[in-house]
Design a protein around this ligand. Structure first.
Ligand SMILES: Cc1ncc(COP(=O)(O)O)c(N)n1
Length: 535
Protein backbone atom coordinates (compact mmCIF):
# COMPACT_ATOMS: atom_id res chain seq x y z
CA UNK A 1 0.00 0.00 0.00
CA UNK A 2 1.29 3.43 -0.91
CA UNK A 3 1.35 6.51 1.32
CA UNK A 4 -1.80 8.54 2.03
CA UNK A 5 -2.60 11.00 -0.76
CA UNK A 6 -3.47 14.66 -0.32
CA UNK A 7 -4.58 17.12 -2.99
CA UNK A 8 -4.02 20.86 -2.71
CA UNK A 9 -6.10 23.28 -4.74
CA UNK A 10 -4.20 26.56 -4.46
CA UNK A 11 -2.01 29.19 -6.10
CA UNK A 12 1.68 28.98 -6.88
CA UNK A 13 4.11 31.10 -4.87
CA UNK A 14 7.25 31.51 -6.99
CA UNK A 15 9.10 32.35 -3.76
CA UNK A 16 8.48 28.83 -2.51
CA UNK A 17 7.27 29.77 0.99
CA UNK A 18 3.47 29.73 0.65
CA UNK A 19 0.79 28.32 -1.67
CA UNK A 20 1.22 25.06 -3.55
CA UNK A 21 4.94 24.94 -2.74
CA UNK A 22 4.37 25.11 1.04
CA UNK A 23 1.56 22.56 0.79
CA UNK A 24 3.59 19.97 -1.11
CA UNK A 25 6.53 20.34 1.29
CA UNK A 26 4.20 19.91 4.25
CA UNK A 27 2.57 16.81 2.76
CA UNK A 28 6.03 15.32 2.24
CA UNK A 29 7.02 16.18 5.83
CA UNK A 30 4.00 14.12 6.98
CA UNK A 31 4.97 11.22 4.70
CA UNK A 32 2.02 11.83 2.40
CA UNK A 33 1.98 11.83 -1.38
CA UNK A 34 0.97 15.32 -2.51
CA UNK A 35 -0.83 16.28 -5.70
CA UNK A 36 -1.91 19.75 -6.86
CA UNK A 37 -4.44 21.67 -8.90
CA UNK A 38 -3.15 25.19 -9.63
CA UNK A 39 -5.68 28.03 -9.49
CA UNK A 40 -3.29 30.90 -10.18
CA UNK A 41 0.36 31.74 -10.62
CA UNK A 42 1.86 34.53 -8.54
CA UNK A 43 5.13 36.35 -9.14
CA UNK A 44 6.09 36.48 -5.51
CA UNK A 45 9.05 36.54 -3.16
CA UNK A 46 9.64 37.16 0.54
CA UNK A 47 9.07 40.90 0.01
CA UNK A 48 5.60 40.63 -1.54
CA UNK A 49 3.31 39.64 -4.40
CA UNK A 50 4.37 41.34 -7.63
CA UNK A 51 1.87 39.84 -10.07
CA UNK A 52 -1.00 37.36 -10.31
CA UNK A 53 -2.44 35.46 -13.26
CA UNK A 54 -5.34 33.04 -12.96
CA UNK A 55 -5.79 29.61 -14.51
CA UNK A 56 -9.19 29.15 -16.20
CA UNK A 57 -11.84 27.58 -13.92
CA UNK A 58 -12.32 24.78 -16.49
CA UNK A 59 -8.61 23.96 -16.32
CA UNK A 60 -8.73 23.95 -12.49
CA UNK A 61 -11.61 21.45 -12.63
CA UNK A 62 -9.71 19.43 -15.24
CA UNK A 63 -6.67 19.13 -12.94
CA UNK A 64 -8.81 18.02 -9.99
CA UNK A 65 -10.53 15.38 -12.13
CA UNK A 66 -7.25 14.08 -13.52
CA UNK A 67 -5.88 13.63 -9.99
CA UNK A 68 -9.04 12.09 -8.52
CA UNK A 69 -9.61 9.75 -11.53
CA UNK A 70 -6.24 8.13 -11.08
CA UNK A 71 -4.52 8.85 -7.77
CA UNK A 72 -7.44 9.78 -5.55
CA UNK A 73 -7.20 11.96 -2.46
CA UNK A 74 -7.52 10.88 1.18
CA UNK A 75 -7.94 14.56 2.07
CA UNK A 76 -8.05 17.87 0.22
CA UNK A 77 -6.80 21.34 1.08
CA UNK A 78 -7.87 24.58 -0.57
CA UNK A 79 -5.86 27.81 -0.47
CA UNK A 80 -5.90 30.80 -2.82
CA UNK A 81 -8.89 30.27 -5.10
CA UNK A 82 -8.42 33.40 -7.24
CA UNK A 83 -12.08 34.17 -8.11
CA UNK A 84 -15.76 33.41 -7.89
CA UNK A 85 -15.87 31.15 -10.96
CA UNK A 86 -12.97 29.07 -9.69
CA UNK A 87 -14.68 28.58 -6.32
CA UNK A 88 -17.83 27.37 -8.08
CA UNK A 89 -15.85 25.07 -10.38
CA UNK A 90 -13.97 23.54 -7.44
CA UNK A 91 -17.07 22.88 -5.34
CA UNK A 92 -18.99 21.56 -8.34
CA UNK A 93 -16.18 19.13 -9.24
CA UNK A 94 -15.85 17.91 -5.66
CA UNK A 95 -19.63 17.48 -5.25
CA UNK A 96 -19.77 15.45 -8.46
CA UNK A 97 -17.11 13.12 -7.05
CA UNK A 98 -18.01 12.91 -3.35
CA UNK A 99 -21.69 13.91 -3.24
CA UNK A 100 -23.25 17.06 -1.81
CA UNK A 101 -22.38 18.18 1.73
CA UNK A 102 -25.79 17.16 3.02
CA UNK A 103 -25.33 13.66 1.54
CA UNK A 104 -22.07 13.10 3.43
CA UNK A 105 -19.82 14.44 0.64
CA UNK A 106 -18.16 16.77 3.13
CA UNK A 107 -17.02 13.91 5.37
CA UNK A 108 -15.91 11.82 2.40
CA UNK A 109 -13.92 14.60 0.70
CA UNK A 110 -12.32 15.84 3.98
CA UNK A 111 -11.78 19.36 2.68
CA UNK A 112 -9.67 21.72 4.80
CA UNK A 113 -10.30 25.31 3.75
CA UNK A 114 -7.68 27.98 4.34
CA UNK A 115 -9.69 31.12 3.54
CA UNK A 116 -6.93 32.97 1.69
CA UNK A 117 -8.13 36.47 0.88
CA UNK A 118 -5.11 38.73 1.43
CA UNK A 119 -1.40 37.85 1.61
CA UNK A 120 0.55 38.67 4.76
CA UNK A 121 2.31 41.33 2.71
CA UNK A 122 -1.10 42.96 2.11
CA UNK A 123 -1.82 41.93 -1.50
CA UNK A 124 -5.37 40.86 -2.37
CA UNK A 125 -5.51 37.20 -3.43
CA UNK A 126 -9.31 36.99 -3.78
CA UNK A 127 -11.52 39.82 -5.10
CA UNK A 128 -14.03 41.22 -2.60
CA UNK A 129 -16.99 40.09 -4.76
CA UNK A 130 -15.80 36.49 -4.48
CA UNK A 131 -15.81 36.46 -0.67
CA UNK A 132 -19.58 35.98 -0.61
CA UNK A 133 -19.26 32.97 -2.90
CA UNK A 134 -16.57 31.57 -0.62
CA UNK A 135 -18.95 31.99 2.33
CA UNK A 136 -22.05 30.54 0.73
CA UNK A 137 -20.69 27.96 -1.72
CA UNK A 138 -17.40 26.69 -0.28
CA UNK A 139 -17.83 26.96 3.50
CA UNK A 140 -20.77 24.51 3.70
CA UNK A 141 -18.54 21.96 1.94
CA UNK A 142 -15.62 22.52 4.36
CA UNK A 143 -14.93 19.91 7.00
CA UNK A 144 -12.41 22.20 8.67
CA UNK A 145 -11.98 25.95 8.20
CA UNK A 146 -8.66 27.40 9.39
CA UNK A 147 -8.93 31.21 9.56
CA UNK A 148 -6.63 33.51 11.49
CA UNK A 149 -8.26 36.30 13.50
CA UNK A 150 -8.41 38.98 10.74
CA UNK A 151 -9.79 36.40 8.26
CA UNK A 152 -12.42 35.20 10.74
CA UNK A 153 -13.54 38.78 11.46
CA UNK A 154 -13.73 39.47 7.75
CA UNK A 155 -15.74 36.32 6.99
CA UNK A 156 -18.42 37.06 9.59
CA UNK A 157 -18.49 40.75 8.63
CA UNK A 158 -17.11 42.08 11.92
CA UNK A 159 -14.95 45.16 12.05
CA UNK A 160 -11.19 44.62 12.01
CA UNK A 161 -9.93 44.41 15.59
CA UNK A 162 -13.26 43.35 17.13
CA UNK A 163 -11.76 40.13 18.48
CA UNK A 164 -10.02 41.08 21.72
CA UNK A 165 -10.41 38.02 23.92
CA UNK A 166 -10.81 34.27 23.85
CA UNK A 167 -14.54 34.76 24.42
CA UNK A 168 -14.68 36.94 21.26
CA UNK A 169 -12.81 34.21 19.38
CA UNK A 170 -15.37 31.67 20.49
CA UNK A 171 -18.33 33.84 19.45
CA UNK A 172 -16.75 34.40 16.06
CA UNK A 173 -16.01 30.70 15.55
CA UNK A 174 -19.57 29.81 16.52
CA UNK A 175 -20.89 32.31 14.00
CA UNK A 176 -18.73 30.77 11.28
CA UNK A 177 -20.07 27.38 12.35
CA UNK A 178 -23.59 28.64 11.86
CA UNK A 179 -22.68 29.33 8.22
CA UNK A 180 -22.35 25.60 7.71
CA UNK A 181 -18.71 24.82 8.52
CA UNK A 182 -18.35 21.55 10.46
CA UNK A 183 -15.19 22.48 12.45
CA UNK A 184 -13.61 25.93 12.81
CA UNK A 185 -9.97 26.06 13.86
CA UNK A 186 -9.44 29.71 14.71
CA UNK A 187 -5.76 30.57 15.09
CA UNK A 188 -4.79 33.10 17.73
CA UNK A 189 -1.34 34.07 16.37
CA UNK A 190 -2.51 37.66 15.72
CA UNK A 191 -3.57 38.11 19.36
CA UNK A 192 -0.65 37.25 21.69
CA UNK A 193 -1.89 37.31 25.29
CA UNK A 194 0.24 38.18 28.33
CA UNK A 195 0.78 35.30 30.70
CA UNK A 196 2.08 35.62 34.23
CA UNK A 197 4.05 38.59 35.46
CA UNK A 198 7.31 38.10 33.61
CA UNK A 199 6.07 39.52 30.30
CA UNK A 200 5.88 36.18 28.47
CA UNK A 201 3.12 35.87 25.90
CA UNK A 202 1.09 32.95 24.69
CA UNK A 203 -1.20 32.33 21.75
CA UNK A 204 -4.42 30.42 22.06
CA UNK A 205 -5.80 28.44 19.14
CA UNK A 206 -9.43 27.45 19.36
CA UNK A 207 -11.33 24.53 17.83
CA UNK A 208 -15.08 24.90 17.48
CA UNK A 209 -17.22 21.81 16.97
CA UNK A 210 -20.40 23.14 15.38
CA UNK A 211 -22.36 19.91 15.84
CA UNK A 212 -21.63 19.43 19.54
CA UNK A 213 -21.40 23.24 20.00
CA UNK A 214 -18.22 22.59 21.95
CA UNK A 215 -14.96 24.48 22.14
CA UNK A 216 -11.46 23.28 22.94
CA UNK A 217 -8.40 25.50 23.22
CA UNK A 218 -4.72 24.94 22.85
CA UNK A 219 -2.09 27.26 24.31
CA UNK A 220 1.47 27.67 23.02
CA UNK A 221 4.27 30.17 23.65
CA UNK A 222 4.12 33.19 21.32
CA UNK A 223 7.03 33.18 18.86
CA UNK A 224 7.86 36.76 17.92
CA UNK A 225 9.69 36.12 14.65
CA UNK A 226 9.79 37.57 11.14
CA UNK A 227 9.78 34.28 9.26
CA UNK A 228 6.09 33.45 9.17
CA UNK A 229 5.40 33.62 5.42
CA UNK A 230 3.19 30.71 4.44
CA UNK A 231 2.22 29.80 8.01
CA UNK A 232 -1.50 29.67 7.18
CA UNK A 233 -0.99 27.47 4.11
CA UNK A 234 1.34 25.19 6.06
CA UNK A 235 -1.07 24.78 8.98
CA UNK A 236 -4.04 23.88 6.75
CA UNK A 237 -1.86 21.51 4.70
CA UNK A 238 -0.68 19.81 7.90
CA UNK A 239 -4.29 19.37 9.09
CA UNK A 240 -5.20 17.81 5.71
CA UNK A 241 -2.15 15.50 5.84
CA UNK A 242 -3.06 14.28 9.32
CA UNK A 243 -6.69 13.71 8.25
CA UNK A 244 -5.39 11.72 5.27
CA UNK A 245 -3.38 9.64 7.75
CA UNK A 246 -6.61 8.78 9.54
CA UNK A 247 -6.51 11.16 12.49
CA UNK A 248 -9.69 12.74 13.84
CA UNK A 249 -10.11 16.51 13.44
CA UNK A 250 -9.17 17.35 17.07
CA UNK A 251 -6.08 15.10 16.80
CA UNK A 252 -5.15 16.56 13.40
CA UNK A 253 -5.31 20.22 14.48
CA UNK A 254 -3.29 19.53 17.63
CA UNK A 255 -0.55 17.81 15.66
CA UNK A 256 -0.63 20.44 12.90
CA UNK A 257 -0.38 23.26 15.48
CA UNK A 258 2.68 21.62 17.06
CA UNK A 259 4.25 21.05 13.65
CA UNK A 260 3.83 24.71 12.64
CA UNK A 261 5.13 26.00 16.00
CA UNK A 262 8.33 23.97 15.52
CA UNK A 263 8.53 25.00 11.85
CA UNK A 264 8.42 28.69 12.89
CA UNK A 265 10.90 28.18 15.73
CA UNK A 266 13.40 26.45 13.43
CA UNK A 267 13.02 28.76 10.41
CA UNK A 268 16.10 30.17 8.72
CA UNK A 269 16.66 33.29 6.65
CA UNK A 270 15.64 33.11 2.97
CA UNK A 271 15.40 36.31 0.91
CA UNK A 272 15.33 39.83 2.31
CA UNK A 273 11.78 39.90 3.70
CA UNK A 274 9.55 37.63 5.74
CA UNK A 275 11.10 34.22 5.13
CA UNK A 276 9.36 30.84 5.03
CA UNK A 277 8.99 28.44 7.92
CA UNK A 278 11.14 25.29 8.07
CA UNK A 279 8.85 22.65 6.62
CA UNK A 280 11.32 19.81 6.97
CA UNK A 281 12.21 20.09 10.64
CA UNK A 282 10.86 16.59 11.44
CA UNK A 283 13.19 15.19 8.80
CA UNK A 284 16.35 16.86 10.12
CA UNK A 285 17.48 13.66 11.74
CA UNK A 286 16.65 11.55 8.72
CA UNK A 287 18.31 13.95 6.27
CA UNK A 288 21.58 14.28 8.18
CA UNK A 289 24.45 13.39 5.86
CA UNK A 290 25.16 10.23 7.81
CA UNK A 291 28.34 8.25 7.31
CA UNK A 292 26.43 5.23 8.58
CA UNK A 293 22.66 5.52 8.16
CA UNK A 294 22.06 2.43 10.32
CA UNK A 295 24.04 3.78 13.25
CA UNK A 296 22.14 4.16 16.53
CA UNK A 297 23.88 7.54 16.99
CA UNK A 298 23.55 9.39 13.68
CA UNK A 299 24.02 12.88 15.18
CA UNK A 300 27.25 11.87 16.91
CA UNK A 301 28.44 10.31 13.64
CA UNK A 302 27.58 13.51 11.82
CA UNK A 303 29.54 15.68 14.25
CA UNK A 304 32.57 13.41 14.09
CA UNK A 305 32.43 13.17 10.28
CA UNK A 306 32.38 16.98 10.07
CA UNK A 307 35.60 17.20 12.09
CA UNK A 308 37.47 15.67 9.17
CA UNK A 309 41.02 14.68 10.07
CA UNK A 310 40.93 16.65 13.37
CA UNK A 311 39.02 13.79 15.00
CA UNK A 312 41.67 11.25 13.94
CA UNK A 313 44.47 13.58 15.09
CA UNK A 314 42.69 13.73 18.46
CA UNK A 315 41.82 10.09 19.11
CA UNK A 316 45.10 8.79 17.62
CA UNK A 317 47.16 11.44 19.43
CA UNK A 318 50.76 10.49 20.33
CA UNK A 319 50.23 11.45 23.99
CA UNK A 320 47.74 8.71 25.03
CA UNK A 321 49.66 6.33 22.76
CA UNK A 322 52.82 7.12 24.74
CA UNK A 323 50.97 6.42 27.99
CA UNK A 324 49.80 3.05 26.65
CA UNK A 325 53.33 2.19 25.60
CA UNK A 326 54.71 3.40 28.95
CA UNK A 327 57.17 5.68 27.15
CA UNK A 328 55.78 9.04 28.30
CA UNK A 329 58.03 11.01 30.62
CA UNK A 330 56.80 11.58 34.13
CA UNK A 331 56.97 15.36 33.55
CA UNK A 332 54.62 15.02 30.64
CA UNK A 333 52.15 12.83 32.55
CA UNK A 334 52.15 14.97 35.68
CA UNK A 335 51.68 18.16 33.70
CA UNK A 336 48.72 16.54 31.97
CA UNK A 337 47.05 15.02 34.99
CA UNK A 338 47.27 18.17 37.09
CA UNK A 339 45.88 20.33 34.29
CA UNK A 340 43.21 17.74 33.51
CA UNK A 341 42.09 17.88 37.15
CA UNK A 342 41.47 21.60 36.76
CA UNK A 343 39.91 21.11 33.36
CA UNK A 344 37.42 18.63 34.83
CA UNK A 345 36.30 21.14 37.47
CA UNK A 346 35.23 23.57 34.73
CA UNK A 347 33.86 20.69 32.68
CA UNK A 348 31.67 19.73 35.65
CA UNK A 349 30.41 23.33 35.77
CA UNK A 350 29.53 23.18 32.04
CA UNK A 351 27.55 20.01 32.53
CA UNK A 352 25.82 21.59 35.52
CA UNK A 353 24.81 24.44 33.23
CA UNK A 354 23.37 21.86 30.83
CA UNK A 355 21.23 20.54 33.69
CA UNK A 356 19.98 24.07 34.33
CA UNK A 357 18.97 24.50 30.69
CA UNK A 358 16.18 21.94 30.65
CA UNK A 359 12.93 21.42 32.46
CA UNK A 360 12.76 17.82 31.27
CA UNK A 361 13.57 15.82 34.39
CA UNK A 362 15.08 12.92 32.44
CA UNK A 363 17.47 15.16 30.52
CA UNK A 364 18.26 17.03 33.76
CA UNK A 365 19.03 13.76 35.53
CA UNK A 366 21.27 12.77 32.61
CA UNK A 367 23.41 15.88 33.09
CA UNK A 368 23.59 15.37 36.85
CA UNK A 369 24.79 11.82 36.22
CA UNK A 370 27.55 13.16 33.97
CA UNK A 371 28.58 15.65 36.68
CA UNK A 372 28.79 12.78 39.19
CA UNK A 373 30.93 10.78 36.77
CA UNK A 374 33.20 13.82 36.34
CA UNK A 375 33.61 14.07 40.11
CA UNK A 376 34.53 10.38 40.21
CA UNK A 377 37.07 11.01 37.45
CA UNK A 378 38.70 13.90 39.38
CA UNK A 379 39.11 11.62 42.40
CA UNK A 380 41.01 9.23 40.16
CA UNK A 381 43.34 12.14 39.30
CA UNK A 382 43.81 12.99 42.98
CA UNK A 383 44.83 9.37 43.71
CA UNK A 384 47.32 9.37 40.84
CA UNK A 385 48.89 12.58 42.06
CA UNK A 386 49.12 11.19 45.60
CA UNK A 387 51.11 8.18 44.30
CA UNK A 388 53.64 10.67 42.98
CA UNK A 389 53.79 12.58 46.24
CA UNK A 390 51.51 15.45 45.18
CA UNK A 391 48.89 16.06 47.87
CA UNK A 392 45.29 17.10 47.20
CA UNK A 393 46.11 20.57 48.53
CA UNK A 394 49.15 20.89 46.29
CA UNK A 395 47.10 19.77 43.29
CA UNK A 396 44.41 22.30 44.03
CA UNK A 397 47.01 25.08 44.28
CA UNK A 398 48.40 24.41 40.76
CA UNK A 399 47.36 27.31 38.49
CA UNK A 400 45.56 26.61 35.22
CA UNK A 401 47.77 26.71 32.12
CA UNK A 402 46.94 29.02 29.23
CA UNK A 403 45.93 26.08 27.00
CA UNK A 404 43.61 24.92 29.76
CA UNK A 405 42.11 28.38 30.26
CA UNK A 406 41.50 28.67 26.49
CA UNK A 407 39.69 25.35 26.35
CA UNK A 408 37.62 25.70 29.52
CA UNK A 409 36.76 29.32 28.74
CA UNK A 410 35.41 28.20 25.34
CA UNK A 411 33.41 25.32 26.84
CA UNK A 412 31.94 27.51 29.57
CA UNK A 413 31.19 30.34 27.17
CA UNK A 414 29.30 28.12 24.69
CA UNK A 415 27.47 26.35 27.54
CA UNK A 416 26.38 29.53 29.25
CA UNK A 417 25.36 31.54 26.19
CA UNK A 418 23.82 28.70 24.17
CA UNK A 419 20.97 26.30 24.76
CA UNK A 420 20.97 22.71 25.98
CA UNK A 421 22.12 21.38 22.62
CA UNK A 422 25.10 23.79 22.53
CA UNK A 423 26.12 22.72 26.03
CA UNK A 424 25.92 19.05 25.10
CA UNK A 425 27.82 19.47 21.82
CA UNK A 426 30.69 21.52 23.27
CA UNK A 427 31.27 18.97 26.05
CA UNK A 428 30.92 15.96 23.74
CA UNK A 429 34.44 15.75 22.22
CA UNK A 430 36.00 15.27 25.67
CA UNK A 431 33.60 12.54 26.78
CA UNK A 432 33.41 10.69 23.46
CA UNK A 433 37.09 11.14 22.51
CA UNK A 434 38.42 9.72 25.78
CA UNK A 435 35.96 6.86 25.31
CA UNK A 436 37.31 6.15 21.81
CA UNK A 437 40.93 6.33 23.02
CA UNK A 438 40.28 4.11 26.05
CA UNK A 439 38.36 1.51 24.05
CA UNK A 440 41.03 1.38 21.33
CA UNK A 441 44.01 1.09 23.67
CA UNK A 442 42.56 -1.77 25.77
CA UNK A 443 41.28 -3.63 22.70
CA UNK A 444 43.11 -6.51 21.04
CA UNK A 445 43.89 -4.22 18.12
CA UNK A 446 45.15 -0.93 19.60
CA UNK A 447 47.05 0.07 16.43
CA UNK A 448 50.16 1.01 18.45
CA UNK A 449 52.62 -0.71 20.74
CA UNK A 450 51.14 -1.22 24.20
CA UNK A 451 52.68 -2.26 27.51
CA UNK A 452 49.95 -3.62 29.78
CA UNK A 453 52.42 -5.06 32.32
CA UNK A 454 53.13 -3.79 35.84
CA UNK A 455 56.19 -2.06 34.39
CA UNK A 456 54.00 0.56 32.73
CA UNK A 457 53.11 3.14 35.42
CA UNK A 458 50.40 4.63 33.21
CA UNK A 459 48.54 1.45 32.33
CA UNK A 460 46.07 1.97 35.18
CA UNK A 461 45.10 5.31 33.66
CA UNK A 462 44.43 3.70 30.26
CA UNK A 463 42.41 0.93 31.92
CA UNK A 464 40.12 3.44 33.66
CA UNK A 465 39.11 4.91 30.30
CA UNK A 466 38.68 1.48 28.75
CA UNK A 467 36.67 0.24 31.75
CA UNK A 468 32.99 -0.73 31.62
CA UNK A 469 32.29 2.19 33.95
CA UNK A 470 33.75 4.85 31.64
CA UNK A 471 32.49 3.20 28.45
CA UNK A 472 29.01 3.08 30.00
CA UNK A 473 29.24 6.78 30.84
CA UNK A 474 30.17 7.52 27.21
CA UNK A 475 27.21 5.50 25.94
CA UNK A 476 24.85 7.40 28.24
CA UNK A 477 26.37 10.71 27.10
CA UNK A 478 25.84 9.82 23.45
CA UNK A 479 22.25 8.75 24.12
CA UNK A 480 21.59 12.10 25.81
CA UNK A 481 23.13 13.98 22.89
CA UNK A 482 20.97 12.11 20.39
CA UNK A 483 17.84 12.57 22.52
CA UNK A 484 18.47 16.30 22.91
CA UNK A 485 18.61 16.68 19.13
CA UNK A 486 15.39 14.74 18.69
CA UNK A 487 13.65 16.91 21.27
CA UNK A 488 14.61 20.21 19.66
CA UNK A 489 14.02 20.47 15.94
CA UNK A 490 16.78 22.42 14.23
CA UNK A 491 17.51 23.89 10.81
CA UNK A 492 20.35 22.66 8.58
CA UNK A 493 22.18 25.94 9.29
CA UNK A 494 22.00 25.34 13.02
CA UNK A 495 23.29 21.84 12.45
CA UNK A 496 26.37 23.28 10.73
CA UNK A 497 26.85 25.71 13.60
CA UNK A 498 26.86 22.79 16.05
CA UNK A 499 29.37 20.92 13.90
CA UNK A 500 31.68 23.98 14.13
CA UNK A 501 31.40 24.01 17.93
CA UNK A 502 32.23 20.30 18.07
CA UNK A 503 35.24 20.86 15.79
CA UNK A 504 36.54 23.78 17.88
CA UNK A 505 36.33 21.74 21.09
CA UNK A 506 38.12 18.86 19.32
CA UNK A 507 40.94 21.21 18.24
CA UNK A 508 41.25 22.44 21.82
CA UNK A 509 41.50 18.81 22.99
CA UNK A 510 44.38 18.30 20.55
CA UNK A 511 46.09 21.44 21.90
CA UNK A 512 45.64 20.11 25.45
CA UNK A 513 47.45 16.87 24.59
CA UNK A 514 50.07 18.72 22.51
CA UNK A 515 50.87 20.73 25.65
CA UNK A 516 51.40 17.48 27.58
CA UNK A 517 53.79 16.19 24.91
CA UNK A 518 55.66 19.49 24.92
CA UNK A 519 55.96 19.38 28.70
CA UNK A 520 57.92 16.17 28.33
CA UNK A 521 60.04 17.27 25.40
CA UNK A 522 61.07 20.83 26.13
CA UNK A 523 62.75 21.93 29.27
CA UNK A 524 60.39 22.33 32.15
CA UNK A 525 61.15 26.02 32.53
CA UNK A 526 60.48 26.79 28.90
CA UNK A 527 57.07 25.14 28.99
CA UNK A 528 56.04 26.64 32.31
CA UNK A 529 56.83 30.13 31.03
CA UNK A 530 54.85 29.58 27.82
CA UNK A 531 51.90 28.18 29.71
CA UNK A 532 51.96 31.12 32.15
CA UNK A 533 52.80 28.87 35.10
CA UNK A 534 55.27 29.69 37.92
CA UNK A 535 58.77 28.31 37.25
C1 LIG B 1 -0.02 31.57 -3.68
C2 LIG B 1 -0.24 32.05 -2.30
N1 LIG B 1 -1.13 31.45 -1.52
C3 LIG B 1 -1.32 31.88 -0.26
C4 LIG B 1 -0.62 32.94 0.24
C5 LIG B 1 -0.86 33.41 1.64
O1 LIG B 1 0.27 33.22 2.46
P1 LIG B 1 0.75 34.40 3.41
O2 LIG B 1 -0.44 34.82 4.22
O3 LIG B 1 1.83 33.82 4.24
O4 LIG B 1 1.26 35.52 2.51
C6 LIG B 1 0.32 33.56 -0.60
N2 LIG B 1 1.05 34.61 -0.18
N3 LIG B 1 0.48 33.11 -1.87
Amino acid sequence: MGPPTVLTIAGSDSGGGAGIQADLKTFAAFDCFGTSALTAVTAQNTLGVHGVEGISPAMVAHQIEAVLDDIGADAIKTGMLFGEETIRAVVHTLEKRFGKAAEGGRERAKVVVDPVCVSTSGHSLLPLEAVDTLRTVLLPFALVLTPNIPEAEFLVGWQKGSIKSIEDMQRCAAELGSKGVRWVYLKGGHMPLPKGEDGTKVVVDLLWDSVEQKVTTEERPFLDVLNTHGTGCTLAAAVAAELARGKTVPEAVLSAGNYVASAIASSYPVGRGAGPVNHFHPLTRRTLPLPNPHSPAPFTDYLIAHCGDAWTRYVQHPFPNSLAAGTASLESFLHFIQQDYHFLKQYGRSNSLAAYKTEDMKLMAGSIEIVNDVIKETEMHVKYCETYGISREQLQAVPESITNIAYTRYVLDVSSRGDLLDARVVTAPCLIGYGHVGARLVSSNPGVEVDSSDKNPYWGWIQEYGSDWYQGAVRKGIELLEQTLLDSPISPRRLEELAKIFLKATELEIAFWDAAVEAGRKSREEVMRREGLPV
